[in-house]
Design a protein. Structure first.
Length: 110
């Protein structure tokens, strides 16, 4: 790809973690001020975790591993098994800017 979207509109917040959370996985709000690995609609992608706290990117461009390959453009996604996955019935719409089929990653604007 000849262009880069890195840094576009990045917004990161710190949350306490509930359960196992690691960098690169989609997360969802689990209770007040806490996140857990997403199994459904996600609020953002964890970009780092340490000592029970997670830095969660809530907006901007982020690369995420995918379970089912999304189409570029506006696509409904959920978090599933630590990855993003397409789900037309219950997913939230995100802008998929690029897809790397070899690396199994998608560039998403949250």
């Amino acid at each position: 790809m000849n262009v880069s979207f890195n840094g576009f509109g990045e917004n990161v917040a710190t949350f306490e973690t509930e359960g196992s959370v690691s960098a690169g996985i989609p997360v969802m709000i689990s209770s007040s001020g806490k996140v857990k690995a997403a199994n459904g609609v996600f609020c953002g992608i964890c970009v780092g975790e340490r000592n029970g706290y997670a830095a969660v990117q809530l907006s901007g461009y982020v690369k995420a591993a995918f379970d089912t390959e999304p189409a570029v453009g506006y696509t409904k996604l959920i978090g599933k098994n630590g990855k993003v996955s397409t789900d037309e019935s219950s997913g939230r719409e995100y802008l998929v800017a690029d897809v790397d089929t070899a690396a199994k990653t998608a560039g998403i604007i949250l």
